[in-house]
Design a protein around this ligand. Structure first.
Ligand code: ADP
Ligand code: MG
Length: 258
């Protein structure tokens, strides 16, 4: 896949998403450059998860167009709700990894198998090779010694680090994090943020992060987008958004969380 340097890796164009009569994204436009680290903040229900879930092809949308690395999710002349062939969805998904609030590890598989399974089944990697890579990734997240454990034997922070290793095993170009530390006890948040901080240094990896950890967002993001009611109400460099927000809604929100 070849991208022109100027072409965004992610582009939502006039995307409208409804759940029944509720419009969650209304004529939504959003571009992300390759390698950019973008944090989405905003009140609960403002549409942040929906943006990530649409990107991950977990949700259809009704209007507009979305492109990932030049592949379109919705034909420019397409009519009606978004539909794509399984092959097309498979291709899109192979570029994106997602880490959820609730870890979502396979409980009946060891840590190693959790990381190995998708590269073997989806990418067709030989199991031995996938295992070597998995061991490296587990070492990277500080869990080399836990590879034969089951998820239930790990703390929440450890499980989330396995989930990150599992996402990375697919070599995604885009990594999505949806409140990766919100389900963790406070003392376990740091170990997960420190893994994400390491990934934020990877120049080519594009990252979208939804978080309520504002200090962390300020530290790792190139850009912060404040969501309100299905729109980006304000966006900019972290120092501008956190230091001198222009919109009243942004100021109110930041006061409520900081
Ligand atoms: P956020 O992540 O910013 O908290 P979401 O994207 O999860 O917000 O949700 C945006 C809105 O869409 C909310 O009003 C939520 O209740 C609604 N919503 C999300 N998922 C569904 C669903 N599967 N069915 C109906 N409404 C939904
Ligand atoms: Mg959410």
């Amino acid at each position: 896949m070849t991208d022109k340097p100027s072409q965004p890796i992610i582009e939502f164009s006039n995307v409208t998403k409804r759940f029944g009569t509720l419009t969650v994204l209304d004529d939504f436009n959003f571009k992300v450059a390759k390698g950019e680290k973008v944090t989405l903040i905003g009140p609960s229900g403002s549409g942040k998860s929906t943006v990530l879930r649409i990107l991950m092809t977990l949700e259809p949308f009704q209007e507009g167009r979305l492109a990932l690395a030049g592949m379109s999710y919705h034909e420019p002349n397409g009519k009606g709700p978004f539909k794509a062939s399984e092959k097309h969805l498979h291709q899109i998904r192979s570029h994106i990894g997602m880490v959820f609030q609730s870890f979502n590890l396979f409980p009946h598989m060891t840590v190693l198998r959790n990381v190995v399974e998708a590269p073997v089944r989806v990418l067709g990697l030989p199991r031995g090779e996938a295992e070597c890579r998995a061991v490296d990734l587990l070492a990277m997240v500080g869990l080399a010694d836990k590879k034969d454990h089951y998820p239930s034997q790990l703390s929440g922070g450890q499980q989330q680090r396995v989930a990150i290793a599992r996402a990375l095993a697919m070599r995604p170009r885009v990594l999505l994090f949806d409140e990766p530390t919100s389900a963790l006890d406070p003392q376990l948040v740091g170990e997960v943020l420190s893994v994400i901080r390491g990934l934020a240094h990877e120049h080519d990896l594009t990252m979208l992060l939804v978080t309520h950890e504002m200090r962390f967002a300020r530290e790792v993001s190139d850009r912060v987008c404040f969501f309100d009611k299905g729109r980006i109400c304000e966006q900019g460099e972290p120092n501008a958004i956190f230091g001198a927000p222009k919109e009243e809604r942004t100021r109110e929100f930041l006061q409520s969380v900081l």
